[in-house]
Design a protein around this ligand. Structure first.
Ligand code: HEC
Ligand code: HEC
Length: 236
């Protein structure tokens, strides 16, 4: 419950404003995006840049007190990332990222299931069951069948605003995952639309389609409007 209280307290418009924050690319960055935005945005983490290893360690211990649940392996990966890339002596950006698009190109061949487990399951659950009132279920979610453009935009640009899904109401904010590559986003969209007995209504998306959506950036509130228009009953 503490986690839920912290979400209500820390997220909201600030999270949407902070949507553009990106982390220095490096092994473990994806885990930070996936696990550390449930209660607050990345600004907290970026602002803490320069902490010594022992300080990052005690910061993580503090997050666990606040309600972060994490496996020892993931904690070790995150700690290694934070102390390397947000520690007192980070490697020069050029060394880890020859081109700004480097993280986008990486992992082109990863499976949708893998992308889901690394980036989405922390909130939506390993089996997509969500958490009623906090994170909508993706398993059995009829909204996903309508149009691949909805989950694709949600993943690229995030989603802010009250929604109804599977009979429950949500007023949360999903952070954008635009730091993932086009192929990874296509793979995870296809995965959530077809996993757990979900049947995608109209085919699948590919990396090209994601790139085309990416070329027209939206805010997470715009995605909320898009969703409302898509799901409103058609005129008779
Ligand atoms: C369960 C909720 C929760 C999760 C998940 C969470 N945090 Fe926090 N975090 C908090 C709260 C609550 C604060 C304190 C906010 C305040 O003082 O205004 C905080 C503050 C911070 C701060 C600011 C310094 C401090 O210690 O107050 C840093 C840095 C931070 N978090 C890093 C992280 C990192 C890294 C992760 C991912 C491993 C993470 N957080 C995940 C709840 C969480
Ligand atoms: C930090 C928690 C969190 C993570 C991580 C997360 N989501 Fe979400 N997601 C949410 C929340 C909260 C909402 C509802 C937002 C709202 O109320 O407007 C949501 C909504 C959605 C929706 C819209 C559901 C509907 O019924 O319209 C889709 C699709 C979705 N998420 C897919 C994903 C995918 C795929 C990933 C991984 C790439 C992911 N999410 C990662 C929290 C998260």
């Amino acid at each position: 419950m503490l986690a839920a209280a912290a979400i209500a307290w820390l997220s909201g418009p600030a999270a949407a404003e902070a949507a553009g924050i990106t982390l220095p690319p490096g092994p473990g960055a994806n885990l930070v995006y996936a696990r550390c935005q449930t209660c607050h945005d990345l600004q907290y983490i970026v602002d803490a840049k320069g902490l010594l290893p022992a300080q990052w360690k005690s910061t993580l211990a503090g997050m666990k007190d606040y309600g972060l649940t994490i496996s020892p392996a993931d904690e070790a990966t995150i700690l290694a990332y934070l102390t390397t890339y947000l520690g007192p002596n980070p490697p020069p950006a050029a060394a880890s990222s020859p081109a700004s698009g480097a993280t986008r190109m990486a992992g082109a061949a990863t499976s949708g299931r893998h992308v889901f487990e690394e980036n989405c399951s922390g909130c939506h659950g390993p089996e997509g069951a969500g958490q009623a009132g906090i994170y909508p279920a993706l398993a059995g979610n009829a909204d996903l069948a309508k149009d691949a453009g909805l989950p694709a935009r949600v993943v690229l640009f995030g989603l802010t605003g009250p929604i109804e899904a599977g009979g429950a109401s949500y007023t949360g904010t999903m952070p954008p995952f635009g730091h993932l590559g086009d192929a990874d986003i296509a793979a995870v969209v296809n995965y959530v639309r077809s996993a757990w007995g979900n049947a995608a209504g109209a085919g699948s998306v590919d990396a090209k389609a994601i790139a085309a959506l990416r070329a027209h950036p939206l805010t997470s509130s715009d995605v909320h409007k898009y969703r409302a228009a898509l799901l409103s009953p058609p005129p008779r």
